[in-house]
Design a protein around this ligand. Structure first.
Ligand code: CTP
Length: 439
């Protein structure tokens, strides 16, 4: 794949929307690259963008007038003309505010008006602080836009305004331009790895995702738990749904909002999770599951006795006897070995030492088809953070590395591998080469 192949842009009419974030300065480089690729580029600046960058820069780069307001030329109906003429729209950077305006369907400036008119592909390159990106409002807005077919590239992880570091940095101009070319059908631009661009890849598939960390009660107020936030599993559920899958999300306690289009089943303990997963797997009134993704962090042991009331300090430290919880993944793996047809089984492994070797051993022991290995000892990956870096181990010995990125981006990569594995299984079955339990 060439990250810079942009031949699909030659002769195309691109509307470049620039919104008001510090990353607006990089939009000049985007405009330049689009022009070099042969596109005719109309830049629309929002009012806030004008506080960061001047129209003259873009007029000089594109040779065309830069506009902001519907009021600038009412008679010309600029928004209608631009929206209809566009072959593609790139919003770079896309602020949380503009993302919210688009999700709500507002038409309060020239850019949002043109976007309601256009039927051309739209690509957003979000840029904002990590907290703003992770806010349920922004996530819901992005999910809504993805559902409508809007593509999203990034955000990347890196330094942010004010010296912070995290997910929310706009992708580099080259990456945004390459993604736009991919949207316009340049095969040399490689796959655009975002949820919307992969739209349809999981169409008609039934996917079960478990997420979050179970809680095992000790008494009326205390429990044994772990640091899983549920973000990776929720991102997988959201991206799978955006790609057309019918998603059942079995969620252990988490603050996260249910992603759009996903059916959620709340559970608290490992045993409830176990029962819920089996009920969905064996349901007779639904189509069979195609994929089970076990992203939940299941607490391995539970207190043998649970005190109904709160234990009092004066009684001294409680002696808590622990008993094992069911290992859901291992149980499914055992069934997969003998079943004539079984969903593709994707496990997760949280490791702090000898990460990959332990992952390999776990893949074999649990009987999963794929295992996503997390280094939970790293500060920027694993539990409680918005980013992740994983290695996907394949049962046949293969491996796929996914570099540090926002969890939604990592989810997209994992689902790419899942879609490939499903296709490979099906072509083997069609060829009649697979004995029961081997897939
Ligand atoms: N898992 C499960 N049921 C359990 C424990 C784990 O289904 N009781 C699943 C998890 O959802 C995950 C995978 O098994 O997909 C690996 O979980 P992990 O916590 O890494 O491994 P454990 O099996 O708990 O082994 P250990 O704690 O010894 O590393």
């Amino acid at each position: 794949m060439s990250a810079t192949s942009t031949s699909a842009l030659a002769g195309r009419h691109v509307v470049l929307g620039v919104t008001g974030g510090i990353a607006a300065y990089k939009a000049a480089a985007v405009a330049r690259r689009l022009v070099v690729a042969g596109a005719q580029v109309d830049v629309l600046l929002t009012e806030a963008a004008r506080r960061f960058v001047g129209a003259a820069t873009f007029e000089g780069l594109t040779g065309r007038e830069v506009r902001s307001e519907v009021w600038d030329d009412i008679a010309a109906g600029t928004h209608v003309e631009l929206g209809r003429a566009a072959d593609a729209v790139l919003i770079y950077p896309a602020t949380a505010n503009t993302i919210a305006r688009l999700a709500a369907g507002l038409a309060d400036d020239l850019l949002t008006n043109a976007l309601l008119v256009t039927r051309a592909p739209v690509l957003l390159a979000p840029a904002m602080h990590t907290e703003m990106y992770e806010h349920p409002a922004t996530q819901a807005n992005l999910a809504t836009l993805r559902e409508r077919g809007v593509a999203v590239v990034g955000p990347a992880v890196g330094p942010l305004m004010g010296g912070d570091l995290g997910a929310g940095r706009v992708v580099e101009p080259d990456e945004a331009v390459a993604k736009l070319a991919a949207l316009l059908g340049d095969p040399a631009a490689g796959p655009a790895v975002d949820a919307a661009v992969g739209a349809g890849v999981l169409q008609g598939r039934r996917v079960l995702v478990t997420a979050g960390g179970t809680r095992e009660p000790i008494d009326a107020v205390r429990y044994l738990g772990n640091r899983s936030s549920g973000r990776m599993g929720f991102a997988l559920a959201e991206v799978a749904a955006a790609r057309g899958a019918q998603v059942e999300l079995v969620a252990a306690p988490t603050e996260l909002a249910t992603p759009p289009g996903v059916t959620r089943h709340d559970v608290t303990t490992a045993r409830q999770l176990h029962a819920q997963v089996l009920a969905l797997l064996d349901a007779e009134d639904a189509a069979p599951l195609d994929v089970v993704i076990k992203a939940a962090a299941v607490v391995d042991f539970r207190p043998a006795e649970v005190a109904e009331r709160k234990l009092k300090k004066e009684q001294g430290p409680p002696q808590i006897r622990l008993v094992p919880n069911p290992d859901v993944l291992a149980e499914l793996g055992a069934r997969a070995r003998t079943a004539a047809r079984f969903p593709l089984l994707v496990g997760f492994a949280a490791e702090t030492d000898d990460v990959e070797a332990n992952g390999r051993a776990k893949l074999a022991a649990k009987g999963a088809h794929l295992l996503v290995v997390n280094d939970v000892g790293a500060a920027d990956a694993g539990f409680e953070v918005a980013t992740n870096r994983v290695v996907i181990l394949h049962r046949d010995g293969g491996r796929t590395e996914v570099a540090l990125a926002a969890k939604h981006t990592v989810a997209g990569r994992i689902l790419d591998v899942v879609a490939d594995a499903l296709a490979a299984r099906e072509s083997e079955v069609a060829g009649g080469v697979v004995p029961p339990g081997a897939h």
